[in-house]
Design a protein around this ligand. Structure first.
Ligand code: C2E
Ligand code: CA
Ligand code: CA
Length: 464
């Protein structure tokens, strides 16, 4: 062989090796390493290509999203390695179950997807539920994970990949909240919901600058005297057609859309302006505001809040900021920085919904938190269920030992109020005393109470 031919052959070999390497890298980049299925990135590309092809040929595409019903539980009880084995086995099953022209992918966690043509969608979905639900033996234990499947179809339900995915997810979510182990196909009911959401989203964006979201107030009473000592600020959306909407109808969406910050600021400013007069007139001592965990993730949150507060007439010492433990668990260091910065200005911090989550007493010990708000799910059974009563009594005891004051939320009847008072709960809030009300109504009530009982009030203030 001549030198030139030799170097040509050598070159060809090197090019081929590079090509093979590139193909392997490409495949690895498109493959989920645990299951060997197509990964999320490659899945999105494949779905777009299939839709493109269907558009050209007038065909149909069905997207099935599959989610295990109890994967987290399995992972927690059997360990992560067992969880991985289970997922790998499921990947194998899904691959074997796929017919020609179908693509199975792992989207992440315990979420899988199948792209298929859209013939007999219900039968295909039912088979997927069965295939995934079959028992497996892991570490000698029988496990049957159970699966839910959501389906959406091109072109009936959606024209684009992102909508198709969103709609299949909506169907999945619906069947999961109904108990799982079944499939659900996107339909008119879900379409109506997407429409409602879209409208609500547009309206919410408009409502904030239009000042339609306003603060309402719920009295917080002193357990011993029964007098109003403070208010909790609660957001209400004064919707032009639907009337008054409570936070459950718009706070989750606002958090998703990144609008919660604007809402919290608008509510805070308006509430401080209103309540500053009540504090100045000696009608109340405390104003408590809710903030979203999303707000707290901003490192500048506490600095900005103090800035806003200083532009109102409300004294810093009259303000309490209510935060939830969820946030503290997410980022303890940042939480500490916010809390300490607020405390340095005299602003108090309350831990909201205490007793529902981690109930982290250590957080109370290590952070300058002045107040705990006992969640209303605990209060509901207090004085009725002996075990809950004991639990609440011991929480009150622990809080007192730590020098933290307690507000019981959701007090709805006299039995609850009497029990809480007898166990030394400092303050209470709930329908038994008053429902949340508008600023005007709150103003009228506070001024009427003062006109009624000036002596009692003076006595109470003197005894502090
Ligand atoms: P939360 O902070 O736990 O507020 C107490 C909720 O319990 C309020 O519901 C209040 O109306 C309700 N409640 C008070 N007393 C009783 C009672 O005796 N029985 C019953 N069944 N319920 C009672 P609301 O106003 O619908 O607020 C729900 C949640 O929305 C609040 O829970 C809070 O987490 C959030 N939220 C309210 N306003 C704002 C806000 O301005 N910003 C943010 N980020 N979240 C807010
Ligand atoms: Ca609250
Ligand atoms: Ca609460």
């Amino acid at each position: 062989m001549s030198d030139t031919r030799k170097s040509h052959a050598e070159l060809a070999r090197r090019v081929a090796a590079l090509e093979a390497e590139r193909a392997l890298t490409l495949r690895l980049a498109q493959t989920d390493s645990l299951t060997g299925l197509v990964n999320r990135g490659a899945f999105t590309t494949a779905l777009c290509e299939r839709l493109e092809a269907a558009r050209a040929s007038g065909g149909t595409v069905a997207l099935f999203v599959v989610d295990l019903d109890r994967f987290k539980h399995l992972n927690d009880t059997l360990g992560h390695h067992a969880g991985d084995l289970l997922l790998a086995e499921l990947g194998e099953r899904l691959r074997n179950d796929c017919g020609p022209g179908e693509i199975a992918a792992r989207l992440g966690g315990d979420e899988f997807a199948i792209i298929s043509d859209a013939t007999d969608v219900a039968r295909r979905a039912q088979r997927l539920v069965q295939v995934v639900s079959q028992q497996q033996v892991i570490y000698g234990r029988q496990v049957s994970p159970g699966a839910s499947v959501g389906v959406a179809v091109y072109p009936n339900d959606a024209a684009h990949a992102s909508d198709l995915q969103r709609f299949a997810d909506m169907a999945l979510y619906r069947v999961k909240t109904a108990g799982g182990r079944r499939f659900s196909i996107f339909d008119a009911e879900l379409r109506a919901e997407t429409e409602r959401r879209r409208t609500l989203e547009q309206e919410l964006r408009r409502a904030i600058p239009a000042g339609e979201i306003e603060p309402w107030f719920q009295p917080v009473v002193d357990s011993l005297s029964g007098g109003v000592v403070g208010v909790e600020v609660l957001a209400r959306w004064n919707h032009p057609e639907q009337g008054l909407l409570s936070p459950a109808a718009f706070v989750p969406m606002a958090e998703e859309l990144g609008l919660i910050r604007a809402i919290d600021e608008a509510v805070f400013d308006a509430a401080c302006r209103r309540a500053a007069a009540w504090v100045a007139d000696g009608l109340i001592e405390l104003v408590s505001c809710n903030v979203s965990p999303r707000d707290l993730l901003d490192p500048g949150f506490s600095r900005k809040l103090i800035g806003r507060l200083e532009r109102t007439d409300l004294p810093a010492t009259a303000l309490t900021v209510e935060i939830t433990e969820t946030f503290l668990v997410q980022d303890m260091a940042l939480g500490r920085r916010h809390i300490e910065r607020l405390a340095a200005k005299g602003v108090k911090v309350a831990l909201d919904d205490f007793g529902t989550g981690y109930s982290n007493l250590r957080a109370l010990m290590n952070l300058p938190i002045q107040t705990v708000k006992l969640d209303r799910s605990l209060i509901a059974d207090v004085g009725r269920d002996a075990r809950v009563s004991k639990l609440v009594a011991s929480m009150l005891h622990a809080a007192r030992a730590l020098g933290v004051s307690i507000v019981a939320e959701g007090v709805e009847d006299e039995a609850q109020a009497l029990f809480l008072r007898s166990t030394g709960c400092d303050r209470m809030q709930g329908y038994f005393f008053a429902r949340p009300m508008s600023g005007e109504a709150m103003d009228a009530q506070l001024r009427a109470a003062r006109a009624e009982a000036p002596a009692e009030r003076a006595l109470r203030r003197a005894s502090r």
